[in-house]
Write a protein that binds this ligand. Structure first.
Ligand SMILES: Nc1ncnc2c1ncn2[C@@H]1O[C@H](COP(=O)(O)OP(=O)(O)OP(=O)(O)O)[C@@H](O)[C@H]1O
Ligand SMILES: [Mg+2]
Length: 328
C-alpha cells in the first residue's frame, strides 16, 4: 500500500500514473469500484464481512449480489441484527486511496469534476492542479434519519452570505452550502431508519438518484453525485403505507432481510465476540452453562408474545448481560 507522500500530488502526476490513470478512473463510479473490489475479494476467497456470524448463506450472498449488480439496497430487520455493522463494513470494499481535487468540498473526481470551482481551477492550473487523497473511512457517511431532518441538512442550502461575498447570483452553484449527501460524493452514504425521513426529503433523494438534480428553495441545482446509497429500516415501518414514497422505493434495487442468530451456538459466538470480558484480572472463565442460559433467555423472549414484534430482542441484550455478569 503506497504512503500518502508517495501518491501523485498534481493532476499531471496522476495522469501519468498507471493505477490512477484517466482511462481507469474518469468513468469509474463508486459502485464500479465496489464491484471490482468485491470480485477480487471473492476470487481470493476472503470473507466479505469479518466478524459477521450466521449470515453466510442468507444475508451475505444477497448483499454481494446487490453490489455486483451495482444497486442501492436496504437492509430490513429488527433491533440489533447487525444492519449498521454490515453497512459500516462496506467501506472495506473501497480503494485504499482515492484521489480528488484538493480543497473541493464535494471531493470531485479530478478527471470529471462536477463543481464549477474545480472546473475553473483545472482550466486555470491544468496539470499543476493539486490532488488530495481520501481513505475508505473518509468516504463512509452515515445519517440516522429523524423526522426533523431538512433538505438543507441532507442536500444543502443557498448561502446568501457566500453569494454576497463572492458577488455571485443567488442561483449560482458557487453559492451553495453543501449538505451531508454532496459531502459524501464519491463515497457510501448510509441512511439508518429510512422511513423516519419526511416525504419531501425522500423525494429529494429520489431526484438525486434519478435525475442528478434537486430544487433548493425553488432554484434548480444540478448535482450529478456519485454515491452508493444504502439504507436500513424496520421491516414493518418500511412496508407501512405512506412511510416511503413509491418512486424512491422503486429505486432501491434490493431489499435484504436480516435475522437473529438461528442457533444458541451462533448467539454465543456473537456475544463472545462483542462482550467486554477481558479485564486484566487474570484468566477469566465464563462457564458455558452461563453463556447458554443468557442466550436462551434472548431466544425465548423473541418468541414471547409479551415482546413487541416490531422491535424484537436485540443481540445487544445478551451481550450486555454477559458484560454485567462479570462483576469485577
Ligand atoms: N450476526 C451477527 N454477527 C456479528 N455481530 C452481530 C450479529 N448480530 C448482531 N451483532 C452485534 O450486535 C450489535 C448490534 O448490531 P447493530 O448495531 O449493527 O444492529 P442494527 O441491526 O443496526 O440494530 P438497530 O436496528 O438497533 O440499529 C453489534 O455489536 C453487532 O456486532
Ligand atoms: Mg443500526
Amino acid at each position: 500500500m503506497p504512503q500518502t507522500s508517495l501518491l501523485p500530488g498534481t493532476l499531471g502526476e496522476l495522469r501519468s500514473s498507471k493505477l490512477y490513470s484517466e482511462a481507469r478512473l474518469a468513468k469509474r463510479t463508486v459502485k464500479d469500484e465496489m464491484r471490482e473490489n468485491l470480485i477480487a475479494r471473492l476470487r481470493e476467497k476472503k470473507p466479505l464481512f469479518a466478524g459477521i456470524v450466521g449470515y453466510d448463506d442468507t444475508v451475505v450472498p444477497q448483499v454481494a449480489n446487490a453490489i455486483l449488480s451495482r444497486q442501492n439496497f436496504i437492509l430490513l430487520g429488527l433491533r440489533g441484527q447487525a444492519k449498521s455493522r454490515i453497512l459500516r463494513a462496506l467501506s472495506g470494499l473501497l480503494d485504499a486511496h482515492a484521489p480528488f481535487v484538493a480543497g473541493c468540498e464535494i471531493r470531485d473526481n479530478p478527471y470529471a469534476p462536477l463543481c464549477r470551482r474545480c472546473r475553473t481551477l483545472i482550466a486555470d492550473q491544468e496539470e499543476a492542479t493539486p490532488i488530495a487523497w481520501m481513505t475508505p473511512d473518509d468516504r463512509y457517511v452515515e445519517k440516522l434519519a429523524t423526522p426533523d431532518v431538512t433538505v438543507a441538512d441532507l442536500i444543502g442550502d443557498l448561502d446568501p452570505i457566500k453569494a454576497a461575498r463572492g458577488g455571485h447570483d443567488l442561483a449560482s452553484e458557487l453559492t451553495m452550502h453543501y449538505g451531508l449527501l454532496p459531502r459524501a460524493n464519491r463515497g457510501i452514504f448510509a441512511v439508518n431508519e429510512l422511513p423516519d425521513l419526511a416525504g419531501k426529503i425522500q423525494v429529494a433523494l429520489f431526484n438525486i438518484l434519478q435525475e442528478g438534480d434537486v430544487q433548493i428553495k425553488g432554484y434548480p441545482v444540478r448535482l450529478a453525485l456519485d454515491v452508493a446509497l444504502v439504507f436500513s429500516a424496520n421491516p414493518e415501518d418500511y412496508t407501512a403505507r405512506g412511510k416511503i414514497v413509491t418512486p424512491l422505493k422503486d429505486r432501491i434495487g434490493s431489499e435484504i432481510r436480516t435475522h437473529y442468530a438461528s442457533t444458541v451456538d451462533e448467539g454465543i459466538a456473537i456475544t463472545k465476540q462483542e462482550a467486554w470480558t477481558a479485564r486484566n484480572l487474570g484468566t477469566l472463565e465464563i462457564p458455558t452453562f452461563l453463556r447458554e442460559t443468557v442466550e436462551q433467555v434472548a431466544f425465548l423472549a423473541r418468541d414471547d408474545k409479551r415482546v413487541d414484534k416490531r422491535s424484537g430482542v436485540s443481540q445487544v441484550a445478551p451481550v450486555r448481560k454477559v458484560v454485567s455478569a462479570v462483576t469485577p
